[in-house]
Design a protein around this ligand. Structure first.
Ligand SMILES: Nc1nc2c(ncn2[C@@H]2O[C@H](COP(=O)(O)OP(=O)(O)OP(=O)(O)O)[C@@H](O)[C@H]2O)c(=O)[nH]1
Ligand SMILES: [Mg+2]
Ligand SMILES: [Zn+2]
Length: 301
């Protein structure tokens, strides 16, 4: 160890043009990375737990990036505990495939999905609330314009790294502003011509919120791509907690639960035990992962 340096640990909360902003729990340090990271092909990112040397004047040098619990690439963020999947009643209206796809990616990456239906002042979410509560997810119906509706949701942000996800215009930034007054995030007007907003939020940053929690606002996180590995396809049904129990009744152990005879999942669907939109999302995502696998294999890898 070199002398005259203080070593500290912290979390990267923002990266801007080669600088890493690290929160050590008390202060924010503007850090540069050592060349060794480039050689080792490590790209420190938001959410990373790091060791850094404090060189004075609220500046530092990143020394080490701790192993990640998980990593999402679009946008780049590590060590995520929860994905808050936000939908709105209109402009844009809920997209069950997007919700189900994001929640499956979350579960696969050991991230807890939380369902939030925003803009309850504009319509009735009873049906969606029923579907997602039945599927076993923590589900909230709220309005960013009605602070009373946000009190129970606020507890989800305690002691963890949360990422807001959902189409542009659903109210992710508005919700953060309403939940944690003081951040003053920029929000946008919804373009009525397109029925959806332009991306008002442009970069990923972690904000410190209630009880040592952090929240990342993101621009249109719905575009998140899963890592197309065979394991995700094979274990996809485990990422649908409402569908998984019925696989015990499948006739064949090789059942993919998409079209087979004697499939316990399809029986449960037919008797109304599984929500149709959830099953449809499972089949679509299974197909998406299978196609990606074919493309990957045909490249000779
Ligand atoms: N009526 C109503 N409007 C809302 C509510 N929440 C947000 N809005 C409006 O919806 C629009 C979009 O809100 P934003 O918070 O910018 O949406 P966003 O999800 O952050 O969008 P991007 O940053 O583009 O991904 C704004 O005009 C908000 O005022 C709500 O609960 N009710
Ligand atoms: Mg936003
Ligand atoms: Zn089956």
């Amino acid at each position: 160890m070199r002398e005259n340096k203080t070593y500290k640990t912290g979390k990267i909360i923002k990266t801007v043009s080669g600088f890493y902003y690290v929160d050590d729990g008390e202060n924010i340090f503007e850090c540069k990375a050592r060349g060794i990271f480039r050689q080792a092909k490590i790209s420190p990112t938001v959410g990373d737990k790091v060791n850094f040397s404090d060189i004075g004047g609220a500046k530092g040098v990143l020394e080490e990036v701790m192993p990640r619990r998980n990593y999402l690439s679009r946008p780049s963020i590590a060590n995520v505990d929860k994905i808050i999947i936000v939908s709105s009643f209109e402009n844009p209206s809920p997209d069950t495939y997007m919700i189900d796809r994001l929640s499956a990616i979350a579960v696969y990456n050991d991230i807890v999905p939380v369902m939030v239906f925003n803009k309850s002042d504009t319509g009735d979410f009873t049906e969606y609330e029923r579907i997602y509560k039945n599927a076993g997810f923590n589900t909230y119906v709220v309005s960013a314009l009605q602070s009373g509706s946000l009190n129970i949701l606020r507890k989800e942000f305690d002691n963890c790294i949360c990422v807001m996800a959902g189409n542009s215009g659903v109210g992710k930034s508005s919700l953060i502003n309403a939940l944690f007054p003081g951040f003053g995030l920029k929000t946008g007007e919804v373009s009525t011509a397109l029925g959806r907003g332009r991306h008002t939020t442009r970069h990923t940053e972690l904000f410190k919120c209630a009880k040592t929690g952090f929240v990342a606002d993101t621009p249109g996180f719905s575009s998140i791509e899963p890592n197309y590995d065979t394991d995700f396809k094979e274990r996809l049904v485990e990422c649908f907690p409402d569908i998984l129990p019925y696989t015990d009744n499948c006739r064949f152990t090789s059942c993919t639960h998409t079209c087979e005879m004697g499939c316990g999942v399809i029986e449960a669907l037919e008797s109304g035990k599984i929500q149709k939109t959830r099953f449809e999302s499972y089949v679509l995502l299974y197909g998406e992962l299978k196609n990606a696998e074919h493309r990957y294999k045909s490249k000779g890898q």
